[in-house]
Write a protein that binds this ligand. Structure first.
Ligand SMILES: *Cc1c(COP(=O)(O)O)cnc(C)c1O
Length: 428
C-alpha cells in the first residue's frame, strides 16, 4: 500500500524545486510530535529544519491544536471584504504591539511571497499617489524573497534563475552583497556598490528591499549590522522607503525577536510569515507605516488594490494568536540562546575540517559551508538513517531546529553533520 503510495507520489506529484522525471527520493511521514517526524515504519527522526523555519514550538502542540479546534467550532473561514472577525483583530493588535511603533497598519495575506508582492504593490501605489511612476527596486545579491514574479525579480538572479523568465521579470537593481560578517570587523567598502546604485538611480527607485542581517536560502550569510545601519541612512537621505523581509528571521530565530533589532534600525514596511502560525497553516503579514498607508489611501484611486480570497483566514489567525501568545512569554529567548551556545560549541570547530569553508552560527541557525556541492539524495539517506532530518542545498548544510529541541536531540543533529563531512561520497 505505502509502496504504491510512494510510487504514485513520484509519478504524479510535484515537490518543491523538483523534476517529474528524476525526482529526489521522498519519505512518507505519518505523523509528527514535538521535534519528531514519524516515518511509515514507526521510526522517528529529529527535525533540524522546523519545516523551513516555521515549526518553532514543535509539531502537534496542544495549545496550537486547541486554538484551531476552538476556532473551527465558530467558523473556519469568512470573506474579509466588508466583514471582520475577532481572531484577525486580536492578531493584528498583537503584531502592532510586538513591532516598532511606526508600523501601524497590517495587511494579511496567504504566504511569504504574497506578502512581498503586497509590499511591492504598496510602494508602486505610494509613488503613484505622489505623482511619480517609480517601479525600480534596489536590493542586494544572494537574497531570497519568494517564488512569485515580483518576489523572484528581487531574489538573487542566479539562484532564482532569472534567465528562464527573461523578458517576463521586471528588471531591478542588485548591489553586491556585504562581505563583512556579523561578528567580524566592519569594512566600509561593503557599501560602495549599494551607494553607487542608490545615488545613480535615486529618482527612479521605488523602494529598497532586503533581508535584515541574515540572508536565508540565498546563501545563509550573516552580515554586519553596520551595513544595515548605513543603508538605512542612505534610504532616509534619498527619501526612499525600505522594506525588511523578516519572513524567515522573524519571531526570535536570530536571538532577537526581529533580526533588525541587531542593528537598531526600523523599516517602513515589514514582511512576516513562516513562523507566524508556528508552522501550522500558511499566513503572512505586511506591516506598513501610517504615512505610507495614508499616502496610498488619499490618492485618486483611494484604496490598496489587493485582496486574496482567504485573506485573514480565521483558522490561521486563531493559531497565529496562540503562537504569538507563547512567544510573548519570552521562553524562546533562553531556548534560542541555549541552542546558539551549543551550536557554537559543536559546529564552529568544524571550520578546520578540510571539506569546510566556513561554519557560522547566529541564534538558532547553524550553517556549514562546504567546499563542494552536496549530493542531496545520498546525504539525506544517511541523515535519515542517523535519525535526523536535515536538508542541505548546494554547498550548504544548515539547521534551523525548533526552539523546543533539547540538548541531546540537538547533539544528534550536529553529530550527524560532523560524521557526514567525513564521507567523500556525499560531495560532488
Ligand atoms: C520563505 C521565504 C519567503 C517566501 O515565503 P513563502 O511562504 O514560501 O511564499 C520570502 N522571503 C524569505 C526571506 C523567505 O525565507
Amino acid at each position: 500500500m505505502s509502496q504504491s503510495n510512494i510510487f504514485f507520489d513520484r509519478k504524479h506529484i510535484w515537490h518543491p524545486y523538483s523534476s517529474m522525471v528524476k525526482p529526489l527520493p521522498c519519505y512518507i511521514i505519518k505523523s509528527a510530535k514535538g521535534v519528531y517526524l514519524k516515518l511509515k515504519h514507526g521510526s522517528s527522526i529529529i527535525d533540524g529544519m522546523s519545516s523551513w523555519w516555521s515549526t518553532i514550538h514543535g509539531y502537534n502542540h496542544p495549545i496550537l491544536n486547541n486554538a484551531l479546534k476552538n476556532q473551527i467550532k465558530k467558523m473556519s473561514h469568512i470573506m474579509f471584504g466588508g466583514i471582520t472577525h475577532p481572531s484577525a483583530i486580536s492578531l493584528c493588535r498583537k503584531l502592532i504591539s510586538l513591532t516598532p511603533k511606526k508600523l501601524d497598519c497590517v495587511f494579511l495575506s496567504d504566504s511569504g511571497s504574497v506578502a512581498i508582492e503586497v509590499a511591492i504593490k504598496m510602494l508602486i501605489q505610494y509613488w503613484r499617489s505622489l505623482g511619480q511612476k517609480r517601479k525600480l527596486f534596489l536590493t542586494i545579491r544572494d537574497g531570497y524573497h519568494g517564488d512569485t514574479f515580483a518576489a523572484m525579480s528581487i531574489s538573487d538572479p542566479k539562484n532564482s534563475i532569472h534567465r528562464i523568465y527573461h523578458n517576463f521579470l521586471p528588471k531591478n537593481l542588485f548591489a553586491k552583497s556585504p562581505i563583512s560578517a556579523f561578528n567580524k570587523t566592519w569594512n566600509s567598502n561593503d557599501l560602495i556598490s549599494f551607494k553607487y546604485l542608490i545615488e545613480k538611480n535615486s529618482s527612479k527607485i521605488a523602494g529598497v528591499i532586503l533581508e535584515p542581517i541574515v540572508q536565508g536560502v540565498g546563501g545563509m550569510n550573516f552580515y554586519h549590522p553596520n551595513y544595515l545601519k548605513k543603508i538605512k541612512i542612505l534610504c532616509d537621505y534619498y527619501h526612499i522607503p525600505i522594506v525588511f523581509d523578516e519572513i524567515a528571521t522573524g519571531f526570535g530565530r536570530t536571538g532577537k525577536l526581529f533580526a533588525f533589532e541587531h542593528a537598531n534600525v526600523i523599516p517602513d514596511i515589514l514582511c512576516l510569515g513562516k513562523a507566524i502560525t508556528g508552522g501550522t497553516i500558511t499566513l503572512a503579514a505586511t506591516l506598513t507605516s501610517r504615512k505610507i498607508a495614508n499616502i496610498i489611501s488619499e490618492s485618486k484611486i483611494g484604496c490598496f488594490m489587493h485582496g486574496p480570497t482567504y485573506m485573514a483566514n480565521p483558522l490561521a489567525c486563531a493559531v497565529a494568536n496562540a503562537n504569538i501568545k507563547m512567544i510573548q512569554t519570552n521562553k524562546w529567548k533562553i531556548q534560542v540562546s541555549n541552542i546558539e551556545k551549543q551550536l557554537c560549541d559543536s559546529l564552529l570547530p568544524l571550520i578546520s575540517h578540510p571539506r569546510v569553508i566556513d561554519a557560522r552560527v547566529l541564534g538558532a541557525i547553524g550553517v556549514i559551508e562546504c567546499s563542494k556541492l552536496i549530493n542531496i539524495a545520498m546525504i539525506q539517506k544517511f541523515f535519515v538513517k542517523k535519525g535526523v532530518w536535515i536538508r542541505p542545498f548546494k554547498k550548504l548544510i544548515y539547521i534551523v531546529p525548533p526552539y523546543i529541541i533539547n540538548s541531546n536531540q540537538l547533539k544528534m543533529l550536529t553529530d550527524a553533520i560532523s560524521v557526514a563531512l567525513n564521507n567523500s561520497a556525499f560531495f560532488i
